[in-house]
Each structure stands twice: as structure tokens, then as C-alpha cells.
Design a protein around this ligand. Structure first.
Ligand SMILES: [Zn+2]
Ligand SMILES: [Zn+2]
Length: 264
């Protein structure tokens, strides 16, 4: 049994919510031994999210053993807070992932904008990115921090400091706000070839009692569950014994040993 709380059925907008497409995701999730699946479209597709449709598919008897949830991945930018609150009030989401994909107007994780990393001091970029994460956490709008160290996506790493130098000042705020951090395996499919967060950061999170969940960041049924067994093993090695699931914005923790059972 695995849990996957970061799933895009619309991908980057090229697909639609339909009974058969959602069914395809649930079938694939079942085949991957995923016991809990949470859809989390980008908030810019908010109008296309159809919670009732997902519930209709999930109600089929073949999926009765799965927990199917619908959340949303919100792009955090300072000043967007009122707009985000309005978006979150539109639909009864089970969970909300807060993600930083922009520094100012720079969409740093977009392949066309990767050169931005060559135009500034890398440590300064990291500093600015983690300041945004801190603001996202302190906004108290989100249940989960998305891909915590996404800033490493193209493989540009800080020079003067270790990665965790940037995260340490944030940990207290994270714990106080009760924010969950996802282990997002999408990074394994990107040039950096690491999950988010790195094992080094995960150790700091564990030391500060910060809860975790798991997400594949699948943009296609074939990516569902991808890398999650390895992520589980890493979490276990670091010391984690529980992971969070979500219903109507309440989190519940599940023993990692149960989640692990399906892994051979
Ligand atoms: Zn994202
Ligand atoms: Zn995503």
C-alpha cells in the first residue's frame, strides 16, 4: 500500500476530467498498490476540477478499497493571499498544497527559463526561494508544502553553503503551523534526479517533528506511484514511522509500516 497525494489528471491542461480518464487513473493506482490517491490540479485550472465526477468514479465497487481525495496545488506568490483564499472557498477540497514556482516573475522551474540560474548568484537565488517558502508557510493557507527544494530542479546547487543552511531557519515556523511536507518523487524524473526534499533536508524535518506525506507529481497515469517505494524506504531510514492523509482539510496519520507492507 502506498499513498500518492500529488496527482495531476489535467497535466499541463492537455487533458480533461472525464469518467474514463479518472477511471484510468484509479485503475492504474490500484495496479500500483496505491491505497490513497489525491488529485491536486494546479490552481490555474481550478474551474476544470470536478470533485463530483471524481467521487462518482470512486464510488464504483471495483475501487471500494481505495481512498480517493481531491485537493489542489496552489501557486504561492506574495500578495496573492486574498485571491488564494477566494479560490479555496470555491470547492470542498480535501487538501491544499502550497508551491513556489516563481521568484518574482521568473518561472524558474520552466525549461525555457532555466538560464535565469546563470544570471545571478546561486546562493542568493536559494535564499530568495526559501524566503518565499517561509512566507507560504506563514500564510497559513496550505496543508502541505509542495516539492520543498524545487529550486534544485536543474541541478544548480548552492556553492558556499550546504542546502540545509537555507531551510534551518524555517523549521520552527513549519512545526508551529502544523504544515506537512510532501516527499515528492517528481524530481527523480528531472535533471537533478533527486526527490524533493533531499535526504539531508528530510533528516532536519524529522529532527523537528515535521509530518510528511507522499506524492509522485504524476502528470500521466503511467507516472502514478513512480519512485514512491524508494521514497518510503528513505523516510523509514530517516526515522519516520507515520505519514499523513487528508479529508476535508483534516489530516490523519497512518503508520508507515502499513503503508510499507505492499512493498516487496
Ligand atoms: Zn508544482
Ligand atoms: Zn504538481
Amino acid at each position: 500500500m502506498l499513498i500518492d497525494y500529488h496527482v495531476h489528471a489535467l497535466a499541463h491542461g492537455e487533458y480533461e476530467y472525464s469518467f474514463s480518464w479518472i477511471e484510468e487513473y484509479l485503475r492504474r493506482a490500484q495496479a500500483q498498490n496505491i491505497a490513497q490517491i489525491g488529485f491536486s490540479e494546479h490552481d490555474w485550472f481550478e474551474e476544470r476540477i470536478d470533485i463530483e465526477l471524481v467521487k462518482g468514479v470512486a464510488a464504483r465497487s471495483e475501487f471500494c478499497r481505495m481512498m480517493v481525495r481531491v485537493g489542489i496545488e496552489v501557486d504561492y506568490k506574495p500578495g496573492r493571499e486574498p485571491e488564494i483564499s477566494r479560490i479555496l472557498a470555491q470547492k470542498p477540497y480535501d487538501f491544499v498544497i502550497g508551491s513556489v514556482h516563481h521568484l518574482g516573475e521568473w518561472p524558474f522551474d520552466h525549461p525555457d527559463h532555466k538560464n535565469g540560474f546563470l544570471q545571478r548568484e546561486i546562493d542568493e537565488i536559494y535564499q530568495e526561494y526559501y524566503a518565499m517558502i517561509d512566507r507560504a508557510v506563514k500564510s497559513n493557507l496550505f496543508d502541505v508544502v509542495g516539492h520543498l527544494d524545487l529550486i534544485k530542479v536543474w541541478g544548480f546547487k548552492p556553492t558556499a553553503r550546504q542546502e540545509n543552511h537555507f531551510i534551518k531557519p524555517l523549521l520552527r515556523g513549519m512545526r508551529m503551523s502544523g504544515t506537512v511536507v510532501e516527499i515528492n518523487t517528481g524530481g527523480l524524473r528531472k535533471p537533478v534526479k533527486e526527490m524533493y526534499p533531499s535526504e539531508l533536508l528530510l533528516r532536519d524535518l524529522f529532527a523537528h517533528n515535521i509530518p510528511i506525506t507522499f506524492g509522485s507529481d504524476a502528470h500521466h497515469p503511467e507516472e502514478l506511484g513512480s519512485g514512491l517505494s524508494a521514497a518510503l524506504q528513505t523516510a523509514w531510514k530517516v526515522g519516520y514511522r507515520k505519514a499523513s492523509g487528508f479529508t476535508r482539510r483534516q489530516s490523519t496519520s497512518y503508520p508507515l509500516s502499513e503503508i510499507r507492507q505492499g512493498i516487496s
